[in-house]
Design a protein around this ligand. Structure first.
Ligand code: F6R
Length: 243
């Protein structure tokens, strides 16, 4: 695992956007795995700037979703599909036909999860998966004690994550769906390159457990230690508890 300490979130965003741009120059049809939440926004802004400057061509790029709420209509403004359309696809000029994600409204959610794993594999696998990290060490919505071999499946959010995500639902925890579909840890580990970005002091404990703790299900992100090509990009604050 490679750990890169940057000055701040913007520098982290620029570094990762450049890695994505280099990937797209090498492989124009690359499949980028993207996350939602606050942390990746500087990455998407920096990559958008490169597209607008003509420094990278996204016309053949493909995008895969990491996780999705169960039961929110796809066009709900806070469904991750809608969020990614606003924050990633539209700014980068990538059409929905180049987007894949699990169906959070499926009648048979388990079948939708299995179908998504098959779709990812049929697409040739994710080339670069961008990850954030929860304050409890979750990646995607793999909460602590998720199996490190897990596949895409339905999960129940913890009280902590419901509270963390209420900010996207007018601060009202009652509006946050309790269930999500998430790529499993085993699914995430199949991406060719994992890039985790963590910024701010609130992530410092989770980053220390990820990088220096044992590989253990209590810290799902520690599974990155098992991956042959994992990069952890942290700002000074998020790095503050590394030895
Ligand atoms: C969302 C996701 C989550 C977030 C994590 C951190 O797609 O994968 O694991 O990355 O909850 O969220 P932020 O970045 O908002 O602190």
């Amino acid at each position: 695992m490679e750990v890169v300490i940057v000055a701040d979130a913007e520098a982290g965003g620029e570094l990762i956007a450049e890695a994505m741009a280099q990937l797209l120059r090498r492989k124009p049809g690359a499949l980028l795995g993207v996350a939602t939440g606050s942390t990746p926004l500087p990455v998407y802004r920096a990559l958008t700037a490169k597209v607008e400057a003509g420094a990278v061509d996204t016309s053949r790029a493909r995008v895969a979703q990491l996780d999705e709420y169960v039961g929110l209509p796809a066009d709900h403004p806070e469904s991750y599909r809608s969020v990614l359309r606003r924050q990633v696809l539209e700014p980068l000029g990538i059409g929905m036909d180049a987007f894949m994600g699990p169906d959070g409204t499926a009648g048979d959610v388990q079948a939708a999860c299995e179908a998504y794993d098959r779709e990812l594999a049929a697409a040739g696998g994710v080339d670069l998966q961008l990850l954030g990290i929860g304050t409890d060490g979750h990646i995607g919505f793999n909460e602590p004690c998720s199996s490190l071999a897990s596949r895409t499946r339905i999960k129940t959010l913890t009280e902590q994550t419901l509270r963390d995500n209420a900010r996207f639902f007018d601060g009202d925890i009652a509006q946050v769906p309790h269930h999500v579909i998430t790529q499993g840890i085993g699914t995430i580990l199949e991406a060719r390159h994992l890039v985790l970005l963590a910024t701010g002091e609130g992530k410092a404990d989770a980053v220390a457990a990820t990088v220096e703790g044992p590989v253990a299900a209590v810290c799902p992100a520690s599974a990155l230690q098992l991956h042959p090509h994992a990069t952890v990009v942290v700002d000074e604050a998020a790095a503050s508890k590394l030895k």
